[in-house]
Design a protein around this ligand. Sequence first.
Ligand code: C2E
Ligand code: CA
Ligand code: CA
Length: 669
Amino acid sequence: MKGMQQLLESGSSVLDHVSLPMMLTAKDATVLWWNEVAERTFGYSADEIIGKFYPFKDEERSAIDPSTWNQVLNSNESIRFANFILPSKQGESFHTSAVLNSMAIGKEQYVMFAFEVDNIQRKDQTKIEQELASFKVGLEETFMVTYLDKDGLITYANPLFLKSSKWTPKRVIGKTFWQLFPEESAETLVNQIWYELQSNRVWQGSVEKLTKDGETYWVDMTAIPVLTTSDDPIYFTILEKDITEKKRLQMHLEQIAYVDPETGLMNRHRLENIVSSLIAEQRHFSFIFLDIDKFYTLKDMHDEESETTLLLEFAKRLKMYFQDSDIARVGEDEFVVLTPLSDWFIQGFLSYLKQHPIYIRNKAIPISISGGITRFPEDQSTFSHLMKASKATIYKVKQEGGGNIVSLSKANHVALSKKAMIEKRLIEALHQKDLSVMYQPQVDLSTGKIDAVEALVRWEDAVLGTVSPNELIPIAEETGMIHDIGSFMLEKACEQAAKWAKSGNPMKVSVNSSIREFRDKNMVKKIRQTLEKFDCPAHLLQIEITEKFALEAESEQSIIRQMLQLQADGIVFVLDDFGTGYASFRYMQLLPITELKIDQSFISGILKQEKLQKLVYGMIQFGKSMKIRVLAEGVETKEQYDLLNKLGCDAIQGFFVSHPVAASEIEKL
Ligand code: C2E
Ligand code: CA
Ligand code: CA
């Protein structure tokens, strides 16, 4: 030791002129000597340093681990350490390399450090780095901080992050960014964040994340791409603040604000919002106000438990019957349903209730309801007026003994018996051939040409006015008149298809068909005869069946047989309204289906709802995998058209191309 001291004293003047920061330590790493440049560079004076451990020993990021230190001690050559990060007294970090030289003088061993800090740069950098350093300290104390490398692997996580996420550093380092999120969002949202970062943009927003134990928590996240020097790869800093409590409170408030706690239906406040937006969009709908009539049996067993059961069971039946409608509870035993469906369907709820009685303590409760139907826009045009008018109707119903659902609309006084009227008038219409056909074109996206049309029935009655197919077809199915409508449509379709083919513009014509028509054992014969009658090639005829049809056909061998025979003739079967009901892979294999039509309910929201977009994409992929052509229905805008084209859809039908029009209009198109 003595020898060294002397050596240093005599040599210090020389060494002090070396322009590099230098340090000499003993074998145990206590500092013995610290030159002037080191003092200037790192801010520690020699007095502060000498006799202590060298200041970097304990610093995690730059620590030389014991085995490496031994290697240094045992080596005769100098060893260079790249990527050393040294903190100065002021808290700045120096990126440097260091050359370590071990030497033995007498019995003692020493290590000489020479740091290769870029002095010239240092002067300008100091201030910036100092600022950055204090920024960093501030951020680390305020936010959860993680760093990601260019591949999205986590390279650093601060204590706040570890606390919220319950990860340990050992486990989380090396995990991917994606692994910190619930699976559902990992694909879409996280990819979006990643895309922003890759494009060198900051991303900001609230996201749901997963702790190590799989629990979710919410954070406000700011993700920042950090550019370093040109040789260093970019990395990403993720700053987060836990907002779980705030989010929970918000969701709780939303619940209170929108949901009826007893039944889980929407509450009056939410209903009002929905009605207002329907009105703003000028959407036609029926506002049905329903009130449970109190019967003596109910009063007899008036206890809270049965009351609750009754409410819940009633709400369940509403949901079952009015499947896709908005349903709200607006009072003790008052409910509102919004639906575009017709009055006779709404009134059918009464018999549905009879068929599905509510049991309390094993006793069927004879429950009766009174209801009032008010229409927007025909009857009333604001939420409060719809409410008032419906209540007034109910009052009358109750006075007459309850147990009925009545429509306010004057026009609809007729409608109470409209179903009966339709039945009667339809017989005449069929007689006089008062029905007509409109054709809606379908565009093949690979050619951009109209290659097929769908034939849709139209009925303009002198007394009833226009009767929409949605009203007509169910009644016709019920009464059996669907056979006549079907034959009429088939004749028209074959006649038209043959005409177009002869004029050199062959066009496929698609007709809708009901399962009831196929229960007719003569269906194959009937279709063959019609084709023959008009000299129409079979491959120009397409038959659309619905999922409900497919489901039933699956269990009826004779229907499948007929379909296969027709397919052998060249007739194409199309699965209509795909996705609305019973989609089953089984019947897709059983039935000879060569095209599917994605229902318009998926298309109408496709631009706004990512979920729908995914669903539609899935359907298209499904079609491709089954070698089934996929057509999208109800395409109303160019944006929808473009998106569907991009998603790989084969064909398009909808108002964007054309409304259903007369045959002569098709020729013009
Ligand atoms: P569908 O088979 O799904 O026919 C498509 C319906 O959507 C047609 O209504 C058509 O006018 C309408 N539509 C077409 N493009 C658009 C669009 O871009 N936006 C919107 N919002 N709607 C669009 P339509 O003619 O009222 O027919 C209703 C339903 O009645 C048909 O639904 C079909 O199930 C049934 N139908 C119609 N004609 C016949 C028929 O001759 N026989 C049988 N069995 N059913 C028929
Ligand atoms: Ca159809
Ligand atoms: Ca359809």
